[in-house]
Structures are given as C-alpha cells and as structure tokens.
Design a binder for this molecule. Structure first.
Ligand code: UD1
Length: 336
C-alpha cells in the first residue's frame, strides 16, 4: 500500500483530502503544527473512515523533525498543504509568510532528494493569476501576484519547477485552487478559521449561527450581473478528490491544473442560495470594495477534466448545505 505524506493535513482542505486518500486505499501520514488546525479533525477522519492516520505534530520548516518522518516512513508522495494563507496578514507580516511558506517547501524538496521520494502535489492557488480578468482562466494565463501570500505560492511553483528540471524522475503537480467552500456531508469536519473569517463562506456560516450579526458585501458596483464579485466556488470534497486524481495520474515533469467548477457565482448568488437551501436569513449590508479584490474570477477546468479524469460534481446548493450542516453541528468549530 502506498504511503502519502500530507503536510498541513489537519487543516481544512488537508483533512478532507486525508479522508479521500484513506478511502482510496492509501496509508496517510499527517504532519501538522496545529498553528491553524486541530488534531480533532484527524480523529474525526479516522472515525468516518474506520482507518488510522499516522498523525505527527511536526512543523515542516523544522528539517530535523521532518527528516524523522522520512526515516520512519517510506513515502510514495508528498501532498503539501501546510502554509500561511491570510492575504491581509501577509501584507502586514510579509517576512513571516516568506520564511514559513518558502522554508517548508525547500525542506520538503531537500528531503525528497535525500530519501528518493519523487512525487509532490502542491496546493497552489488561483491567486497566481493576479488581477487577470481573462475568464475563464486557463493554466497558460500569465501569472503575477498582488500580495506576499500570493507570491509565496508563485515562488514555490517556481522552486518546484526548477526542482523537477534538475531530476527527470521528479513529478510535480501544481494544483491551482479556486474558492474552496463546504464541508464533508457528515458535518464532522469543516472549515474552522481563527478569529474573524476573511473569506465569504465561513463568514456567512457564522452569521447563520448567530456568531456574527451581519455580512458586509464588499463592493456592489463591479461590472458583474448584480454588481457583486464573482468567484468559482468549489466544494471542498471535490477539491480533495482532485488531489487523489492528481496523485494517481502523476507523471514525471511539471503538470499544472486549475481545480474549479468553471462556473462563476456572485456574492449575492451565494447568499441567496445559502438562505434558500438552509431556510435561514443572512442579514447583509453593501459596503465598499475590499482592496485587492477583482470583479470576476473563474476557472477553465478542462485540463484537469481531461488529464485527470476529474471534474467537480457538487454544486453551490450542496456547498451551502454542507457548510451550514457543519457549522450548525459545531458552532465553535473544533473548539467545542
Ligand atoms: C481569497 C484571497 C485569495 C486566496 C483565497 C483563499 C483576497 C483578496 N483573496 O480569495 O488570495 O487564495 O481567498 O481562500 O483575500 N466577500 C464579501 N464579504 C466578506 C468576504 C468576502 O463580500 O466578508 C466577497 C469578496 O469581495 C469576493 C468574494 O466574497 O468577491 C469571495 O471572497 P473570499 O472568500 O475572501 O475569496 P477571494 O477573495 O476570492
């Protein structure tokens, strides 16, 4: 049985991926420093699957600690989720972002080289398309970023490209996520941001359960059908399955795939759908644009559909239903 290392595997996307890798028959090792996650997510993954995860509290910037994992297990592949991901914080504390995100990637590449591990799947982001409005965005779109968080994603993409160029056995898969939302249908695992959520769906969920009074809709004068920003929301379970497909289809060299649905929805589409499927009211007010936001961003996922035999199956209704189901069950996330 193949063994896969999931860095950041206790986090939101990582925990959903851990579950799908287990369902797919892999052995899963999770390395996580719990800086923005909880070991409870992995306990629940074990309960849901009836399988064990080797969970290790390790910061992958710590090379000695990470080397121990490579000594303990023979990895077939690394799926690298670990990293800081808050755009605003990255502007305020750029060095923290560069140090953490770049260091961890370098440590993993060095240990892959040392231990002869040849496959890596990396959590990149549609943020690497910068302010491009050339939708639907294809993987060939020129890249460029507007904040340090985004630059760390793009820099790691470059590091991995150069790493692959240096050794013909290396397989690098860069997955550019659009907007992951939702939760596992069981409601046992889901998104649990620290503090005030930066992202739309977790904010809406917290309004729905009464943790926040109302949503601020950032901008209503965009050149979109209803004036609010349009994004490609993708169910986190579809996204997790995209990692399994990427791993299964990994080939030497560099592959880049958009993981999105290919459909854009506005902020108000999401709010209305959330209200309808969940029978709740989401009070909101229209406020100023958030600096750095683009009007419209959605994927052309054709390449992933064709090369990986993967496509997103779940729609906005399932995303809203499952996100709320998790939040209702665990209003305070893993802190209950
Ligand atoms: C954001 C990041 C992106 C990152 C992604 C990861 C920014 C500018 N971009 O994407 O780099 O890869 O998260 O999850 O932070 N909105 C509101 N009210 C809110 C929150 C959001 O109206 O309280 C709107 C936004 O203006 C946007 C949409 O909802 O139109 C989605 O926002 P968000 O969930 O933050 O995702 P992105 O901005 O697309």
């Amino acid at each position: 049985m193949a063994t896969v290392l999931l860095t950041g595997g206790a986090g939101y996307i990582g925990s959903h991926a851990a579950l799908e890798f287990l369902n797919d028959g892999s052995e899963v090792v999770v390395a996580d420093n719990f800086s923005n996650s909880s070991p409870k997510s992995i306990e629940r993954v074990e309960k849901l699957t009836g399988k064990k995860v080797a969970l290790r509290e390790v910061d992958v910037c710590d090379k000695a600690a990470t080397r121990k994992l490579f000594e303990e297990f023979k990895f077939d592949a690394i799926v690298h989720f670990a990293g800081y991901k808050a755009v605003g914080e990255s502007v305020a504390q750029p060095l923290k972002y560069y140090r953490n995100n770049i260091d961890s990637a370098l440590v993993l590449c060095e240990l892959m080289e040392e231990f002869g591990v040849n496959k890596i799947v990396f959590s990149s982001s549609a943020t690497v398309y910068g302010t491009s409005q050339n939708v639907p965005l294809k993987e060939t779109e020129p890249t460029g970023c507007t904040n340090p968080y985004g630059w760390t994603k793009l820099m790691i993409e470059q590091i991995l490209r150069d790493f692959a160029r240096s050794n013909e056995n290396i397989s690098v898969t860069l997955l550019r996520y659009f907007n992951p939302v939702g939760a596992h249908a069981s409601g046992e695992i889901g998104e649990d941001p620290l503090g005030i959520p930066n992202n739309l769906a977790p904010f809406v969920c917290q309004v729905a359960v009464g943790r926040r009074e109302k949503l601020s809709v950032f901008g209503s004068d965009y050149p979109t059908p209803d004036g609010t920003g349009v994004r490609d929301y993708i169910h986190v379970v579809d996204l997790a399955l995209g990692h399994v497909a990427a791993y299964r289809n990994a080939k030497p060299g560099v592959s880049v795939y958009n993981l999105g649905t290919g459909t854009g929805y506005s902020v108000l589409d999401l709010v209305k759908t959330f209200e309808k499927v969940n029978g709740v009211k989401i009070p909101y007010e229209l406020t100023a644009r958030r600096p750095g936001d683009v009007a419209t961003c959605y994927a052309d996922p054709t390449l992933a559909n064709e090369a990986l035999g993967w496509s997103a199956k779940l729609g906005l209704e399932e995303m809203c239903r499952d996100a709320y189901n998790w939040q209702k069950k665990y209003p305070n996330g893993y802190r209950d």
